[in-house]
Ligand binder design. Sequence first.
Ligand SMILES: C[S@@+](CC[C@H](N)C(=O)[O-])C[C@H]1O[C@@H](n2cnc3c(N)ncnc32)[C@H](O)[C@@H]1O
Length: 295
Amino acid sequence: MARFDDSRPEMTAEEFRLLRDHVYSHCGILVHEDMKFVMERRLWPRLEALGALDFSAYHRYLRYDANRHVELEAAVESLTTHETYFFREPSQLKAFREELFPLLEKRNARTRRLRLWSAGCSSGEEAYTLAMLLKDERRFDDWDVEVYGTDISRRVLTMARRAEYGPSALRATSADLLERFFVPVPAAPTKVRVRDDVRAMVSFGHHNLLDETGSQLVAKMDAVFCRNVMIYFDQSARRKVLRILRDRLVPGGYLLLGHSENLLNLGADFELVHLRGDLVYRRPELPGLTGGEPR
Ligand SMILES: C[S@@+](CC[C@H](N)C(=O)[O-])C[C@H]1O[C@@H](n2cnc3c(N)ncnc32)[C@H](O)[C@@H]1O
């Protein structure tokens, strides 16, 4: 196979447009004009792996090859950011725990069931963080509680299921939490594993947030965390994802976004809820319904 260390093909403006549009229509991630060189650099290994001589050939592969779905995942993988860690955005988690947990407890008192979704969960830290918060909150003992983590990247989902983490993932985790929710990994001294009882509360699945049909398979949720995912999307993709997420929430269910994200100008059908410690969004209640409605 040709090695192009010395003569790597350049990405033309037209190739950039075609590849960018292809990636965007699949997963909503918008690669900006000034990222052309980044895209070029990140996709070179893919061209090399396939023996594609230039980006036009690579684009044709993505469109027509029998293996195109696998390759599109690899392309998206090389263009996505998976940065995450346990107990990220602590003030939001505090508001969730202190102000929304009591409301959710009251709402679901009849069913004694709670479903949380970490949508765009990356390697699982956010989903496990939610499970740890629930565990710490004795009010949900004996409830049927589930946390669901989904991501478009199968690579990070494998890491999430393995549940072993190093210092970077634990940079905001206190010694106390570390002690209570993690166990050492004997074979890897710098790593710890999430305790089995926490792992048992969480399940992971592959899901593209823009996939309307696939989302119908996701159970109705009491709260969705979709943090630091839509920052990479444009308005139109955000609008679509928000419509899908809204549909997956029970009426009165909550949507929590990352700190740098909001629903301004999105016309999304959510209510803004002012908590003492944070702003969150809520799917409006059905008229006349106050809780525990069928899912
Ligand atoms: C920066 S991480 C955020 C992780 C976590 N939510 C947090 O805030 O720490 C963004 C994740 O969104 C995922 N993602 C990007 N586009 C997606 C899509 N269309 N559907 C599902 N997940 C997507 C990426 O694979 C990545 O793991």
